[in-house]
Design a protein around this ligand. Structure first.
Ligand SMILES: *Cc1c(COP(=O)(O)O)cnc(C)c1O
Length: 238
């Protein structure tokens, strides 16, 4: 299957899931996760109509963003954020989905260039307090959201979550439903929150049925990532 065919298939699946959940057409956006993917693959997806792309690692993302700067791509940063990386993120991305603490939000705000529009931000929620995952815990969320709304160069857009993998579909749906409840709770307070980013290649349908507005898809669009790509990336960084 080509990337173009995959994109059409995923778009169809999103539309079907949206319809099945009795939600408005086009209420779910596709973010193409292009980590580990070559520039020509990103171009192919772009030429097939995909405009939003997500990257996890700066050292990998910056050369791609530069190589593709003629294309009107909207870049989303979705990986863990170290504080020494915030300047490059603030300068080169339109969205950051993985904000998880005040220090990072403050730095992104301070380092966002004045000539650029506000940086769109979602807070990554670590709903189940998983030690291996980034994200704010539920008890940190209220303060962090309030802090972001006070930053003049940040635009609070919503929440992002990667719930733990579940083999039982009911458990998976249950987790997505919990995230949606928290999202709705805060959206009542901050109506500008229009984005609930949850669902990946393996669990897109149940995320959409729970109310996701953005699914982040890598493998189903581009194919499996090379097994050693993370290691290659680390070698480059040394
Ligand atoms: C890699 C990644 C994805 C995409 O995962 P697939 O299973 O390849 O669709 C989505 N979100 C985040 C945060 C990721 O790191």
């Amino acid at each position: 299957m080509s990337i173009t065919n995959n994109l059409h298939k995923i778009t169809q699946q999103i539309n079907d899931a949206t319809l099945k959940a009795q939600r408005a057409a086009n209420s779910v956006t596709l973010l193409a996760v292009s980590k580990a993917q070559k520039i020509n693959h990103i171009e192919e997806a772009f030429n097939a109509g995909q405009k939003l792309f997500g990257e996890n690692y700066l050292s990998e993302a910056l050369p791609k963003i530069d190589a593709l700067k003629q294309l009107p791509i909207q870049w989303h940063f979705i990986g863990p954020i170290q504080s020494n990386k915030t300047r490059d993120i603030a300068e080169h991305f339109q969205w950051v989905q993985s904000v998880d603490r005040e220090k990072i939000a403050r730095r992104l705000n301070d380092q966002r260039p004045d000539e650029l529009p506000r940086l769109n931000v979602t807070v990554q929620l670590n709903l189940f307090n998983e030690a291996t995952k980034q994200g704010a815990n539920t008890n940190e969320l209220s303060e962090l959201l309030a802090f972001i709304t006070e930053q003049p160069k940040l635009e609070l857009r919503g929440l992002m979550c990667i719930p733990p993998r579940q083999t039982k579909p009911e458990l998976q749906s249950e987790q997505f439903n919990q995230v949606k409840e928290i999202f709705d709770f805060y959206r009542a307070q901050y109506p500008q929150m229009d984005t609930l980013s949850m669902g990946m290649s393996g669990d897109m349908q149940s995320a959409i049925s729970a109310g996701s507005t953005m699914v982040r898809i890598g493998t189903a669009l581009f194919g499996e990532r090379p097994a050693n790509w993370k290691q290659q990336l680390q070698n480059q960084q040394v």
